[in-house]
Design a protein around this ligand. Structure first.
Ligand SMILES: NC(=O)c1ccc[n+]([C@@H]2O[C@H](COP(=O)([O-])OP(=O)(O)OC[C@H]3O[C@@H](n4cnc5c(N)ncnc54)[C@H](OP(=O)(O)O)[C@@H]3O)[C@@H](O)[C@H]2O)c1
Length: 288
């Protein structure tokens, strides 16, 4: 395999070590730990695994976490009541509402209900607005993780053409905003593609860096990548045989790319790590 591996698992461990040191210093200074409240509604098995992993990472880095589990039939009013109590709780610095939510609950309403200073997922309009205007506070975990994976592996972004496939509010759009910031470690030229883009392969072939976040197993093939390009795979797809694969045909693309992130062990661990970093930042902002 000629491509170098963008090893998110290893990098996540390094950054979590840095977060653990900062969290210990925070505790020593303020006599309390950074704290994250996780809210889990319903029985989605993947959501249960994601929340368990996030809480485990909190425990390993010296961040307190509390789990609020609500049944599938929870009403929007009940969830809003819980969020109001967490907004008012001084020991809770960050609030994580695991998505997706059951159908009777409007996600946008819930996201807006989390007070912006505790919105450590960075999904609310205030935090996204700060990112748009070049004053990032809490940046959503997955795109922040992709960014760290690139810069901490020495991928030059200034002036580079980054093509992002996928325009979701949680990955593609905020990633474009991060990479086009007028700031060190950014200054990329960004193209965002989606399911209505014409001649997608012609666009991805122009890229110095391709990021794929669409949720379609092994979609990006070797002939869609310029030889020597860097490829980041955000996708998580489970095949019928139970195997976990990304949105990139790893076997083929790793023959042409200069560097590539694996699934699992690429963006996933970085996402969790960035949530911890936001929680630490939230604790610092809320503690004088
Ligand atoms: N590693 C992690 O921590 C992490 C975190 C979040 C998500 N993910 C994974 O990343 C993937 C994307 O998640 P998401 O929440 O961003 O998904 P999403 O909300 O479903 O958005 C998918 C995006 O991909 C575009 N798309 C779909 N099929 C396409 C195609 N054939 N060609 C070009 N564009 C296409 C869609 O276009 P339209 O807008 O035109 O519909 C949409 O913009 C999923 O596999 C998810 O599990 C991983």
């Amino acid at each position: 395999m000629p491509a170098a591996l963008l090893d998110g698992k290893k990098l996540a461990q390094t950054i979590q070590g840095e977060i653990a040191s900062a969290a210990a210093a925070f505790e020593q200074k303020h006599g309390l730990r950074p704290g994250l409240a996780a809210v889990l509604v319903g029985n989605n098995p993947a959501s249960h695994i994601y929340v368990r992993n996030k809480r485990k990472a909190c425990a390993q880095t010296g961040i307190d976490s509390w789990l609020h589990e609500l049944p599938e039939e929870t009403s929007q009013v009940q969830l809003l009541d819980l969020i109001a109590s967490l907004n008012a709780d001084a020991k809770v610095h960050g609030i994580l509402v695991q998505l997706p939510l059951p159908r009777q609950i409007d996600e946008a309403t819930i996201i807006r209900a989390v007070t912006p200073i505790k919105d450590v997922d960075g999904f609310g309009p205030e935090n996204l607005g700060l990112l748009v205007t070049g004053q990032p506070r809490y940046v959503p975990g997955t795109p922040a993780g992709v960014h760290q994976l690139l810069i901490r592996n020495g991928v030059a972004l200034a002036g580079a053409h980054v093509v992002i496939v996928g325009r979701s509010n949680i990955v593609g759009k905020p990633l474009a905003l991060i990479l086009m910031q007028k700031a060190a470690g950014a200054n990329a030229t960004v193209t965002v593609c989606h399911s209505r883009s014409n001649n997608l392969a012609a666009l991805t072939r122009q890229a110095d860096v391709v990021v794929v976040a669409i949720g379609q197993a092994e979609f990006l093939k070797a002939d869609m990548v310029r030889p020597g390009a860097v490829v980041v795979d955000v996708g998580i797809n489970r095949l019928k045989d139970g195997k976990l694969v990304g949105d990139v045909d790893f076997a083929g693309v790793s023959q042409v790319a200069s560097a590539i992130s694996p699934v699992p062990g690429g963006v996933g661990p970085m996402t969790i790590t960035m949530l911890l970093q936001n929680t630490l930042a939230a604790a610092t902002l809320q503690t004088k």
